[in-house]
Design a protein around this ligand. Structure first.
Ligand SMILES: [Zn+2]
Length: 208
């Protein structure tokens, strides 16, 4: 069952340790210095380690269903990770990476009959209500899903600003927060544009 993982690990070792262009030995000796902190969904298809083809040491990663960020509470895994990334490392960009066809958002919209999952998803219910309002009365289920995916990313981007390490970094102009949406159907990446109040496709780094 695990042979796929072992084969993948062998390829990784070949590329990053054995090959003279490999970077892992240097990263271990000198330590890591990632520029990004990515909050993403647990979905296996939108894994940032896959879709960005990153070199080792590129970003810190935190995962939660729907890429949902709860309001701040001391002692959570995310609060500690952000503190480490911002106060003990020099992360410059925080990315909230949601995606289309998100099972977590679909479960929330349809009201999943699973207490454990729904009790977590409930923290994003405010985002869902905003999505319903934006989508209007003649909203199709497909459109509601898309609105909900976008609103919940924005809600998470707001919630993360309340984490003390993020608040301090924002005050000091040391970090940007980027709400991103990976459109899995079309293979595109979108960022929320504050001026135009909508998610727009990222064409290249000049558009950021
Ligand atoms: Zn998802």
């Amino acid at each position: 069952m695990v042979q796929t993982l072992i084969d993948g690990f062998k390829n990784f070792v070949e590329k990053e340790y054995t090959c003279h262009m490999g970077t892992m030995t240097e990263l271990v000796e000198k330590g890591q210095d990632p520029d990004y902190f990515i909050v993403s969904c647990i979905d296996s298809r939108s894994n940032p380690g896959t879709i960005f083809h990153p070199a080792p040491g590129t970003f810190f990663a935190h995962k939660a269903m729907g890429a949902i960020v709860r309001p701040y509470r001391q002692g959570t895994a995310l609060a500690a990770a952000l503190q480490f990334a911002l106060e003990h490392n020099k992360v410059r960009e925080i990315i909230i990476l949601g995606h289309t066809s998100c099972g977590a958002i679909q479960a929330m919209v349809s009201g999943i009959d699973d207490e454990e999952i729904s009790s977590f998803l409930d923290v994003a219910r405010h985002g869902l209500e905003k999505a319903r309002q934006k989508c209007g009365e003649s909203c199709t289920l497909e459109a509601l899903h898309r609105h909900a995916e976008e609103e919940i990313i924005l809600e998470s981007a707001e919630n993360i600003k309340q984490y003390p390490s993020v608040t301090r970094a924002l005050k000091g102009g040391r970090v940007n927060i980027r709400p991103w949406l990976f459109d899995m159907e079309n293979g595109t990446l979108l960022e929320y544009n504050e001026n135009k109040k909508q998610f727009l496709e990222i064409m290249d780094k000049e558009s950021l």
